[in-house]
Design a binder for this molecule. Structure first.
Ligand SMILES: NC(=O)c1ccc[n+]([C@@H]2O[C@H](COP(=O)([O-])OP(=O)(O)OC[C@H]3O[C@@H](n4cnc5c(N)ncnc54)[C@H](O)[C@@H]3O)[C@@H](O)[C@H]2O)c1
Length: 275
């Protein structure tokens, strides 16, 4: 029996990277997946976001584990679009147990990071977008009267005042700190219904957010960034694996995490504790 057997999980930003990795890890452990992704680029982001092909590939990979998926193209900045995905998925699968608010952008590199809109887009996607994902999902979890779990993907930048003070970095840091406030308030508001809410705070992860030409070029012109993001524990190329985050997420949403709520959980190779 899988660790989340028979459960249904909603995941934002599911087309690739950590979102896809979480979907596959949970499917492997018995969950069906409702998910969405914008599948379009963003003007303040210097690297390409996911495509519709990526989203379809996530669906194919979930099915290889014998689980079902309900995946749609939707923008986390648009609460009506997100509600429609949630309602469609819950109608299809009949329940909702787990929410992973994972979608994100890194408008912290290139000329784009100097624009005011890089700040506002960060807040829209990664703070308002988390509200748009979790708030409409909670009544569906409550309706099952079986408890549930929400995990919001923050960052080490949600615990430290990281970065060089550009608009994009400020937006990223503010959004990733902001979701800790949402998490704490939701954890208290929904504990009586056995709905647990936590944040995860990864260090650099080996996903297309980092593994792209724009980031490589940025590091070449700003080599000091490598010192800033260096982890105490040895990692491959300074990055942890998406599966390292998925394993923490799986722990939090399974019964193993049944008494963990209101917590900021790091998976950061010691980065946050670094002197
Ligand atoms: N990669 C890292 O180093 C790192 C470190 C710490 C935290 N994070 C966070 O982890 C989360 C996942 O990022 P990742 O590393 O998998 O990067 P990624 O770029 O591979 O995946 C992010 C996904 O979010 C989607 N997305 C972007 N804007 C969206 C929108 N408006 N609506 C719906 N979907 C949207 C993208 O299309 C993409 O599929 C993000 O919240 C990110 O901030 C990443």
């Amino acid at each position: 029996m899988g660790r989340v057997e028979g459960k249904v999980a909603l995941i934002s930003g599911v087309a690739r990277g950590q979102g896809r990795s979480h979907a596959l890890r949970l499917a492997e452990e018995g969950a069906d997946i409702i998910g969405f992704d914008v599948c379009a680029n963003n003007d303040v982001v210097a690297y390409p976001l996911a495509t519709e092909d990526d989203l379809e590939e996530t669906g194919r990979l979930i099915e290889k584990f014998g689980r079902k998926s309900y995946l749609r193209k939707a923008d986390v900045r648009d609460i009506d679009a997100v509600k429609s995905v949630i309602e469609g998925g819950v109608t299809e699968f009949g329940r909702l147990d787990i929410v992973l608010a994972n979608a994100g952008i890194m408008p912290t590199i290139g000329d784009e990071c100097l624009l005011d809109s890089a700040y506002y887009q960060s807040i829209d996607v990664m703070l308002n977008g988390v509200y748009n994902t979790v708030y409409p999902a909670i009544p569906h979890i409550k309706a099952g009267d079986r408890g549930g779990a929400v995990v919001i993907t923050s960052s080490t930048a949600g615990l430290k005042g990281t970065g060089d003070g550009t608009s994009g970095v400020l937006g990223y840091v503010a959004a990733k700190h902001g979701v800790v406030g949402l998490m704490r308030a939701w954890a208290n508001a929904h504990a009586a219904d056995r709905i647990r809410v936590n944040t995860v705070h990864p260090a650099g992860v080996n996903t297309p957010m980092i593994l792209n030409q724009a980031f490589t070029d940025y590091v070449e012109s700003h080599p000091e960034i490598l010192d800033n993001v260096k982890n105490p524990l040895p990692t491959i190329d300074g990055l942890i694996d998406a599966n390292d985050v998925s394993n923490l997420v799986l722990h939090l949403v399974s019964d193993e995490g049944r008494f963990t709520t209101g917590a900021t959980m790091t998976v950061d190779a010691g980065f946050t504790n670094k002197i």
